[in-house]
Design a protein. Structure first.
Length: 504
């Protein structure tokens, strides 16, 4: 594909077509898939007014408030689950366009369709598009920042009006996800490595203004971090965390699933081979001066990797899932483009992107072939409603699974979270743990007959964020006191119809 001066490049229909294809996948999935726990929390947070959304974002979600305020306003138009997901799809489509614009700036001799395709069908982008969470918005903001950073600080004779725009988007990003701040640090590092001292001074001036505007959140950040500290035994060495951070970056940059499908020594061998290949290519190919754009994206990716390695060591691996580090995606893909183009001509890039897309298709098939998200709550609710009778309460372990189920259940029985219902005050995993069998007996104390339903999360609910939930207590109670009349598996869930044994 040849670059021209058109907004999208030549041919001009490529990026719009890629956006359309992304929508053809994301919209049907958003309509079909059930919500899961995190999405149910988003709906609860934004379901009781603007003030409640702001307060819950800070206190219960332990997140900055902008996404939840935007979602609250969006849901004023329609309160349906599908419409709530459409907001994320709008952001994911906008992120594809923003990535195309960034590609034109960093690699002007490469058609922006290549990067937009890599972003559009990436597992992380598709995940964010069908999730009622902030991930698609973060992807859009990070893609915007990458492009505006070039205009303001890398382009010779940069446009000064871009400084204010960069500062504004940075501030919105920080009030959407704190990890945007690490991208801002990476930008300063890139200018430092490039020795663009004048631009670095201006950058620090912009960041000073952003920091002043972010001051009201600093107290909240401190309190929220204290809430998310893991158990002491969950911490890892910095070496292990650096290795994990490198794996995360490579998992974003190479054909989807290649690292996730490998385990143990095989996984480390794949990682070492890829890292060694990158180093050899960069040393052999870039003997001539490297463009400032390539230096910038490589520096940004390296700094972000190092920062997330530190976070892994501080908070543990469970609190930084694959989708939490969305800010890494666009810089990482740009860095991988730089490496691939260093290995050969643009034909090599075409082969690489095609391999990425094939991996994405395979990953998408594996992820969504069941057309369900964890818990499969819509099908579970339908199954129970078809088979239930009066006075058969439905018990939920862990207790937070009752909330997404309630969005689909219109039956005749009560929902009973174990060990107790959530109060949505502060999120504390320890409240989900069973202490003893008395917790179960208390939940059943108002049982009119002898039968009840039990929903179990089968994602390994015995631990959550390194906190043991003591599911063995529940299983021991069932084995000792109940006859199992129905035992039905669902996607990452299990439903049992139980009858208490006769006394004696």
């Amino acid at each position: 594909m040849r670059f021209t001066t058109g907004w999208f490049g030549e041919p001009s229909w490529v990026v719009p077509l890629i956006v359309l294809l992304h929508l053809c996948v994301a919209v049907p999935l958003a309509f079909v898939l059930n919500i899961w726990i995190d999405e149910a929390y988003s709906l609860h947070t934004t379901g009781k007014g603007l003030g409640y959304a702001f307060d819950q974002a800070l206190r219960f979600e332990t997140q900055p408030p902008v996404y939840f305020l935007v979602l609250w306003g969006w849901r004023c138009l329609s309160d349906s689950i599908f419409f709530a997901r459409l907001l994320s799809i709008v952001f994911s489509a906008a992120a594809i366009v923003a990535a195309a614009r960034a590609s034109r700036k960093y690699f002007p001799n490469v058609h922006p369709g290549w990067l937009s395709a890599a972003v559009a069908f990436h597992p992380l982008t598709l995940y964010g598009a069908v999730e009622i969470r902030r991930y698609a918005m973060v992807l859009f903001l990070s893609a915007l920042l990458v492009g505006i950073f070039h205009d303001a600080f890398l382009q010779d004779g940069g446009k000064r009006r871009k400084y204010g725009l960069y500062g504004f988007i940075s501030l919105v990003g920080l009030y959407t996800q704190y990890y945007i701040g690490f991208f801002l640090v990476a930008g300063a590092a890139a200018l430092l490595v490039l020795r663009r001292w004048r631009e670095l001074g201006r950058y620090l001036g912009v960041m000073t203004g952003v920091g002043v505007c972010f001051l009201p959140m600093l107290v909240q950040v401190s309190e929220q971090m204290s809430q998310q500290m893991p158990a002491e035994e969950a911490r890892y060495s910095i070496v292990d965390c650096l290795k994990f951070a490198v794996l995360r970056v490579l998992d974003y940059a190479i054909p989807a699933g290649l690292l996730r499908e490998s385990e143990g020594l095989q996984r480390e061998i794949v990682t070492l081979v890829v890292v060694a290949a990158v180093l050899v290519v960069m040393v052999r190919r870039y003997r001539d001066p490297i463009s400032k754009e390539v230096v910038a994206v490589l520096t940004m990716t390296a700094v972000l990797t190092a920062v997330f390695a530190f976070l892994f060591s501080r908070f543990g691996l469970d609190l930084l899932k694959y989708w939490h580090t969305t800010v890494l995606l666009v810089p990482t893909l740009l860095a991988s483009f730089a490496v691939v183009m260093a290995a050969g001509k643009r034909r090599a890039l075409a082969v690489w992107v095609v391999a990425l897309l094939l991996g994405d298709v395979y990953n998408g098939y594996l992820t969504y072939r069941s057309l369900a998200k964890p818990g499969d709550f819509s099908r579970v609710a339908e199954f129970i409603q078809e088979n239930e009778r009066p006075d058969e309460p439905i018990l939920f372990f862990v207790s937070e699974t009752a909330e997404p189920f309630s969005h689909y259940y219109t039956g005749i029985n009560s929902l009973v979270p174990l060990p107790r219902a959530e109060e949505f005050d502060t999120y504390d995993v320890r409240e989900f743990a069973l202490e003893n069998e008395e917790d179960i007996r208390l939940a059943l104390q108002n049982l009119q007959g002898r039968s009840f339903w039990l929903f179990s999360d089968s994602r390994d609910p015995c631990t959550l964020c390194n906190i043991p939930l003591n599911c063995d207590i529940l299983e021991r109670f069932v084995a000792t006191n109940c006859d199992v009349e129905i035992d039905r598996p669902f996607y990452l869930a299990r439903v049992r119809y139980l009858r208490l044994k006769d006394p004696g």
